[in-house]
Design a protein around this ligand. Structure first.
Ligand code: NCD
Length: 312
């Protein structure tokens, strides 16, 4: 079903807080607009618009690709990249801060260490809030660029199998992508240590939707069956468990040897930053998609910004 101007116009003023808020039609509208902006770059689409980039947690790709997206469309950016330089360090609540920043900008991109922060921000202001990651909860714009990249590579989102590898408990990119993939009937493999498995709430959700999924202890069990290997790093900053990272590294680093069993079209993805999850020797293989994936952050975030700003 091709997406129309009406479905695009309906995005004006919306918040992008969680994948749960986006229907399949919403997702396709964003991906199609992103494809359009990628193939025919616009330079003045967002002229006169201002984005506030509010990052209370470290970020490289999310912040800079949002800022690049805005600048490349002729828009402008204000913001901060650490909480220490804001009044949050004086004890200001997130709601008060967002209420005020909402008066200064046309859209807010927020990254925050607390789960639920983006929802709280969206309730504090009428300016659209885009969640750039809230604690271990959600990272919807990463998922949209992941889906965009998967569709670009495989030509479809349906009838695929995705193996999620690594920290499935605290990895917000995993949580958002699992929810979104369920819409497309994706077959899911979950690979990682038992102590860092997928949250029960997500497992229940998959069961309710009759999605086929299974849990595995080694990469070898899934590499030959997957269309996508979605690698993730250990979310050290959120861990309360006592984890022996060297053991994990030994068990879960993807190497060229694993890929000997892979299907030709298998793509290896990673939201990045990579620590030890993917051996550098894989970068040169046709399976490696993670740098293209990161580059797609710009057109996908351009589409998201334009849609919530009502410029379609
Ligand atoms: C991810 C994040 O911040 O959740 N990074 C990103 O936005 N590309 C993944 C991570 O930090 O591990």
């Amino acid at each position: 079903m091709p997406t129309t101007i009406d479905t695009r116009a309906a995005f004006r003023g919306r918040n992008i807080v969680s994948m749960r808020d986006l229907s399949v039609e919403d997702i396709m509208t964003i991906l199609d607009y992103a494809a359009e902006l990628k193939s025919k770059p616009q330079t003045q689409l967002l002229a006169g618009k201002l984005m506030a980039s509010c990052f209370f947690e470290p970020s490289t790709r999310t912040r800079l690709s949002f800022e690049s997206a805005m600048h490349r469309l002729g828009g402008q950016v204000i913001g901060f990249s650490e909480a220490a330089s804001t009044s949050a360090s004086k004890g200001e609540t997130l709601s008060d801060g967002m209420r005020v920043i909402g008066e200064y900008a046309d859209a807010i991109v927020l990254r925050h260490p607390l789960e639920g922060a983006a929802r709280e921000a969206a309730e504090a202001t009428n300016t659209p809030v885009i969640n750039g990651g809230d604690g271990a909860n959600q990272h919807p714009t990463q998922t949209l660029l992941d889906l965009f990249t998967i569709r670009e590579h495989h030509g479809r989102l349906e009838n695929l199998s995705i193996a999620f590898v690594g920290d499935l408990k605290y990895g917000r990119t995993v949580h958002s992508l699992v929810q979104a993939s369920a819409h497309f009937g994706v077959r899911m493999f979950f690979v990682g240590p038992k102590s860092l498995t997928l949250p029960q709430e997500l497992i229940d959700d998959l069961k309710m939707r009759s999605i086929l999924f299974s849990f595995h202890n080694t990469l070898d069990e899934v590499v030959g069956k997957a269309d996508v290997l979605y690698m993730t790093r250990l979310q050290r900053e959120r861990l309360s468990e006592d984890i022996d990272e060297r053991l994990l590294q030994h068990q879960f680093t993807l190497t060229a040897d694993h890929l000997a069993a892979a299907q030709e079209a298998l793509c290896v993805m990673h939201p990045l930053p990579r620590v030890w999850e993917i051996a550098p020797e894989i970068d040169k293989t046709p399976h490696a998609l993670y740098f293209k994936q990161a580059a797609n952050g710009v057109p996908v975030r351009q589409a998201i910004l334009s849609l919530v700003l009502g410029i379609v």
